[in-house]
Design a binder for this molecule. Structure first.
Ligand code: SHN
Ligand code: NAI
Length: 226
């Protein structure tokens, strides 16, 4: 059994590329909305699209080509490294995938995860934290992924996103003053501190002070060679 290799595409990836989506139903709509949230420019090929997608065409970086998929037309979208075949026609999705793979593009088929280059997991965003969940290994049970996302959403509250933001603020100072081998120890102290509880109670200033105190105490100790 091979496990899938998880990667997260950054907005840099989307800077000079577009994503090609074929099909404009419910599944395509869900994907296009999250692609737009990630800053992607999208080329959409479909004869008909949902009402929500029609509205997005007018006010986002989504370009609609109102037509069915035509064989041999992938070359018209040279900057689309990522292709989503999301029509309700298995034969059409398969043909798109063949063309995409032959041209060295990365393709996802909405109806065939095992034949896809990558799959799209269930996603939970909590502030600056992204949690992805997948059940995929040869095939998937997506409703279980959605269920797990709901469970995790109850555990991972907004305080974790706020803690992440505070730790990021401290990161340059830690990098400048703490030896690389000692950094994990310091970060673990901060993450395991009661800053999280303070943030849960919206005591942002107290949480910041506590983290700064841990930092100062740690640097004082380590620079003394203790
Ligand atoms: C591989 C993957 C995506 C990919 O990479 O393409 C995939 C594939 C397939 N889904 C199918 C069906 C359904 N998918 C959903 C729902 C969701 N599906 C999602 C993810 C994924 N689904 C990826 C794997 C995730 C993982 O690794 O676990 C969620 C979590 C996220 C999202 O899509 O945004 C979202 C939750 C939305 C929410 O509740 O928030 C529902 C329920 C519903 O719609 O309410 C049904 C109907 C019930 C059923 O059939 O189970 C079919 C059969 C199609 C057919 O019969 O033709 C296939 C293809 C196949 O399994 O062959
Ligand atoms: N991965 C997932 O999470 C899920 C995947 N699916 C699969 O995804 C497929 C699509 O699902 P929905 O969006 O709900 O279907 P839908 O029926 O709502 O939409 C299908 C879309 O494909 C377009 N289309 C049809 N033929 C086309 C062609 N030749 N060229 C371009 N566009 C074409 C239609 O105009 C429409 O916009 C389903 O058939 C199913 O196999 C379904 C549910 C969840």
């Amino acid at each position: 059994m091979r496990t899938p290799y998880p990667i997260l595409l950054t907005s840099t990836f989307f800077n000079n590329r577009s994503v090609l989506v074929v099909g404009g139903g419910q599944v395509a709509e869900r994907r296009i909305k999250s692609l737009l949230d990630s800053g992607a420019s999208i080329q959409l090929i479909a004869p008909e699209i949902t009402k929500d997608l029609e509205q997005l065409v007018n006010r986002s970086s989504l370009k609609w080509h109102k037509q069915s998929w035509q064989s041999g037309t992938l070359h018209k979208y040279p900057d689309a490294l990522v292709v989503l075949a999301a029509t309700n026609r298995t034969d059409v999705n398969r043909e798109i995938a063949q063309e995409a793979k032959a041209a060295g593009r990365l393709v996802n088929l909405a109806d065939d995860p095992a034949g896809s280059d990558f799959i799209l997991p269930a996603v939970l965003h909590s502030g600056e934290i992204t949690i992805t969940i997948s059940t995929f290994s040869e095939s998937a049970t997506p409703v279980l992924s959605a269920h797990l996302r709901e469970k995790l959403a109850q555990i991972i509250g907004p305080e974790y996103g706020r803690l992440s933001a505070l730790l990021k603020e401290l990161r340059p100072y830690v990098k400048a003053t703490v030896e690389p081998t000692l950094r994990p120890l310091l970060w673990r102290q901060m993450v395991g501190s009661s800053a999280l509880d303070l943030l849960k109670e919206n005591k942002e200033a107290e949480a910041r002070s506590l983290l700064e105190a841990i930092f100062l105490e740690f640097t004082g100790r380590t620079s003394n060679g203790a």
